[in-house]
Design a protein around this ligand. Structure first.
Ligand code: ADE
Length: 225
């Protein structure tokens, strides 16, 4: 899978993309991540990419020309399955969207800043708008990194234990059951007996009932649909 990220701040991705699972997935070519600096596509001598909003008001708007040049260049090189815009007024990200995205070959992610992008970008290029939650970030970069992280770990072979992505919280609309490891007793705090019993059917049953109980108590909304 190839992911192209269009941003004013490529440096914001250095940390997330150069550690842990994403780093390994890139090294092993399971994902190809490309960062594009929108400023490189400005024709202004000061590399400006924003301007005042028509109709007045506070804040600046990202101009269509540099973004259009960059998107048209990428589109001329390959087909993109989705061109995603990160924005707080997009569709709220959840596991189902992540699962669908992970099946694509090529996706583009545009990160907004200031008051957002000229709406013609959204009307004519964007195929999907995603929000990571009902709060406002300083820009789309951290949100895009969240999408990339959630998608990349689902690419076959990226997580060594193939089944572990399927047993995550949310994959079946349930929170995951509690997990424990050695020591079996710490500070007098004991691991539930059933997990030490060696009785696999009982362990599976316990995990299912814990998942259900935790979901009912902590996230009853997940059981609504
Ligand atoms: N850009 C700013 N805030 C955002 C959010 N909550 N989700 C996605 N992109 C954003």
């Amino acid at each position: 899978m190839r992911i192209d990220i269009l941003t004013l701040f490529p440096g914001m991705f250095q940390g997330p993309f150069s550690e842990s699972i994403i780093k390994r997935a890139s090294e092993q070519k399971q994902v190809e991540l490309f960062l594009h600096d929108i400023r490189d596509f400005s024709t202004d001598k000061h590399r400006r990419v924003d301007d005042y909003p028509f109709g007045g008001g506070a804040g600046m708007v990202m101009q269509i020309e540099p973004i259009s040049r960059l998107i048209e260049k990428l589109k001329s090189e390959r087909h993109y399955d989705e061109i995603i815009y990160m924005t707080p007024d997009g569709q709220r990200l959840e596991q189902g969207i992540v699962n669908t995205l992970s099946l694509n070959n090529n996706i583009m992610i545009l990160c907004g800043h200031y008051k957002g992008v000229d709406h013609r970008v959204r009307d004519h290029y964007i195929t999907m708008e995603i929000s990571v939650g009902d709060y406002v970030l300083t820009g789309g970069e951290l949100a895009a990194a969240v999408v990339v992280d959630a998608v990349v770990r689902l690419i076959p072979g990226v997580i060594s234990d193939e089944t572990s992505a399927l047993t995550d919280s949310f994959q079946d609309n349930l929170l995951a059951p509690p997990v424990y490891t050695r020591p079996a007793v710490f500070n007098g705090w004991k691991v539930p007996d059933v997990l030490l019993s060696g009785h696999q059917a009982k362990i599976d049953q316990w995990r299912e009932s814990q998942a259900m109980e935790r979901t009912q108590r902590l996230r009853p909304d997940l059981l609504d649909d």
